[in-house]
Design a protein around this ligand. Structure first.
Ligand SMILES: NC(=O)c1ccc[n+]([C@@H]2O[C@H](COP(=O)([O-])OP(=O)(O)OC[C@H]3O[C@@H](n4cnc5c(N)ncnc54)[C@H](OP(=O)(O)O)[C@@H]3O)[C@@H](O)[C@H]2O)c1
Length: 242
């Protein structure tokens, strides 16, 4: 049993992850920015913490006070209608989400270090590899030269993964999720490389005790292999919440 600080507990993955962690006997402190969602988090079995990750000082205070052994990042800042956006509106949305990776995540890493946590698990995305032989494995280069909207996203991911993996003392794990599908997501059907929202939550629950470094987390796909997650985390793409 561990004390776990879950940033993004009210998000789509977060709200499927809280019950898994609670069932495993962990004590979960889960974040939201709004008092309205605090009750929802309580109903899932988490102790709510209302905080904005862009307020670095407040975040640090909250994380340190909760004395977590494990910190999990399941933060995104994407509008639900992302797939219908285009042009400047799409670019604005992607920049907002990238800011979560370039500023919000480093704030969380700093807070986890200040709190003396022993473990850090963070959400990333899978579709960032440079063109090359497929299926991609975790050691393949990312597409750092991407331009336009893809470039905004890849640069955000690079910053996020650098911040997380740079905190070696936290035994960090990065989960590169495929395109989410399932309850509440903006995908009606699996889109390659795909991962069900429950299976995504299961990967994070497993990473509380297992693994180190980067893992592809998606169903069987010609694009990327998730063999490492299956082998080292014991991850099952078919895992679903009961
Ligand atoms: N791999 C993928 O394909 C992938 C991964 C993730 C999400 N998505 C898609 O993105 C869309 C939105 O997902 P979602 O509903 O999970 O996202 P969300 O609810 O908008 O945000 C996720 C979590 O991040 C938190 N958060 C956002 N900004 C924050 C900030 N500044 N400070 C602290 N916490 C903050 C939210 O807390 P609040 O309670 O304060 O809002 C929430 O807990 C969905 O359509 C989903 O399918 C796709």
């Amino acid at each position: 049993m561990a004390r776990i600080f879950l940033a993004g507990a009210s998000g789509l993955i977060g709200q499927r992850l809280v019950p898994l962690l609670v069932q495993a006997g962990h004590h979960v402190l889960g974040t939201t920015r709004t008092e309205q969602k605090a009750g929802f988090l309580r109903s899932l079995g988490a102790t709510p913490a209302v905080v904005d990750v862009f307020d670095a000082e407040a975040l640090r205070r909250v994380v340190v006070a909760s004395e977590p052994e494990v910190v999990i990042q399941q933060l995104t800042n994407l509008p639900d209608d992302l797939s219908s956006l285009e042009g400047p509106a799409l670019e604005r949305a992607l920049r907002e989400n990238a800011r979560m990776r370039t500023e919000g995540t480093p704030n969380l890493v700093a807070a986890a270090l200040a709190a003396g946590a022993r473990r850090l698990v963070a959400q990333s995305i899978l579709w960032i590899y440079a063109p090359g032989r497929e299926p991609h494995v975790e050691s393949d280069p990312v597409n750092a030269g991407a331009t336009g909207s893809a470039g905004i996203t890849v640069q955000g991911v690079i910053a996020l993964e650098r911040a997380v993996l740079g905190a070696a003392v936290l035994a960090p794990v990065v989960l590169r999720y495929g395109h989410l599908y399932g309850p509440g997501t903006n995908e009606e059907a699996p889109r390659d490389p795909a991962v069900h929202v429950d299976a995504a939550a299961h990967a994070a629950a497993l990473a509380v005790d297992r693994g180190l470094g980067v893992y592809n987390v998606a169903e069987a796909s010609p694009y990327a292999s998730s063999e490492r997650a299956r082998r080292e985390l014991g991850w099952d793409p078919g895992a679903r919440n009961r």
